[in-house]
Design a protein around this ligand. Structure first.
Ligand code: PLP
Length: 393
């Protein structure tokens, strides 16, 4: 018997544990000092009333024999897939219902999708990025190469035709950099993928923060994407479902290589290994896309985006270089005075009691950068910014 030795290739995930350790040590030594956390990627506002109402109604459905639900469809209930379909339509994207698969969140499907790919595929991942892409591939024994995201390219690497990749990850708006591709830039990636016979795994978990019409909300807004891309999205950030768990994956029927149809394979995979998302949760998710639900959701999103603006304005006033903050809840800043990521983390914690996330934790190119998030309360964000200004001006 052998366990999967590929796990030896996965680095210990120590970023948030180390952040927590350092904060705990500081708090222990300085119990009178109030620490403000702008490091978290989790939402803080509760579910909106329309979602709660729908979930309560769904719980009542489960209590009556006539409306009780047992196992649901593997791909998700029709009512939710129809509302996702309409949501895409608003962005000019036409999807067939059987191209939409409801999931328990983007993270699961980002890992699970690898079941349909060959082990010998070469995987291209931007650096820095959400660590799940690298780790899931390393666990499966695939080799990973990196596309450098740097200050020079605005943390938005573009295709390099001298590189042969089979699977390409794109996260836009990006975690951690907040940088987002325009539709024109994505078209270059789509053309590259189609030419190289590659597949783009497009993570749109933060699409709801995009307000600039030039920027993409979905890769399927780009012509040619349906023959080369799979898109992952989530109710986590748009509707605060991080603890409720619901997402969706779009696998176009036109994504076919050498007679292998990705949509068919994904349905086969899901029907074998997945038994769907709870009915109550799907009812709540569908309420997000109703008129009233969306009105309430937009209020929450604008709350976060006001926080993002407060942080971005602070960076502007200090002359600190950053990406994000406009179409993303993340502000990715260059550590002042040439400090390293962890050095700046300690400096900010010790002198302003503000906690962020060291960029080095998201990849080699993250060294020297730092992530702040807009998911805190408005009051805490304002206070953090005042402290940062006082310290760095
Ligand atoms: N993709 C990115 C880029 C994320 O940052 C996150 C969560 O922070 C996820 C996916 C996970 O989404 P979900 O909560 O739907 O699993």
């Amino acid at each position: 018997m052998n366990f999967n030795k590929n796990f030896n290739n996965v680095a210990d995930s120590y970023l948030f544990a180390e952040v927590a350790n350092r904060v705990a040590a500081f708090t222990k030594a300085n119990p009178d000092k109030k620490v403000i956390k702008l490091g978290i990627g989790d939402v803080t506002l509760p579910l909106v009333p329309e979602v709660i109402k729908a979930m309560h109604g769904a719980v009542d459905d489960m209590a009556s024999q006539e409306t009780f639900k047992g196992y649901g469809p593997y791909e998700g209930y029709g009512f939710l897939r129809e509302s996702i379909q309409s949501y895409y339509k608003e962005s000019g994207v036409e999807l067939d219902l059987d191209e939409i698969f409801v999931s328990d969140g983007a993270k699961s499907d980002l890992g699970n999708i690898l079941d349909i790919f060959s082990k010998d595929n070469v995987v291209l991942v931007p650096d820095p990025v959400y660590p799940v892409y690298v780790d899931t591939n390393l666990m499966a024994g695939r080799s990973v190469i990196f596309a450098d995201a740097t200050e020079e390219n605005g943390f938005l690497p573009m295709p390099d035709y001298s590189v042969d990749a089979d699977i390409i990850y794109i996260c836009s708006p990006n975690n951690p950099t907040g940088a987002a591709y325009t539709k024109a830039q994505l078209k270059e990636w789509v053309d590259y993928a189609n030419e190289k016979n590659a597949v783009i795994l497009y993570d749109a978990a933060y699409e709801c923060f995009v307000s600039d019409g030039e920027l993409a909300r979905s890769i399927f807004q780009v012509e040619g994407a349906k023959t080369c891309a799979i898109e992952f999205c989530s109710f986590s950030k748009i509707a605060g479902f991080t603890g409720t768990r619901c997402g969706y994956t779009v696998v176009p029927k036109a994504l076919e290589k050498k007679g292998f149809n990705a949509n068919k394979a994904w349905l086969r995979r899901q029907s074998t290994k997945f038994n769907g998302v709870p009915y109550v949760v799907q009812k709540g998710a569908a309420a997000v896309f109703t008129k009233q639900g969306m009105k309430e959701i937009k209020k929450n999103l604008s709350y976060y985006m006001k926080n993002a603006k407060v942080i971005a304005d602070c960076m502007d006033s200090l002359g600190i270089w950053y990406t994000g903050g406009k179409n993303s809840p993340y502000i990715w800043l260059k550590c002042p005075q040439g400090m390293g990521s962890w050095e700046f983390f300690d400096y900010l914690l010790n002198n302003a009691q503000v906690v962020g996330t060291p960029g080095a934790g998201f990849g080699r190119n993250g060294e020297g950068y730092f992530r702040l998030t807009a998911f805190g309360s408005a009051e805490a964000t304002k206070e953090a910014v005042q402290r940062i200004k006082k310290l760095l001006k």
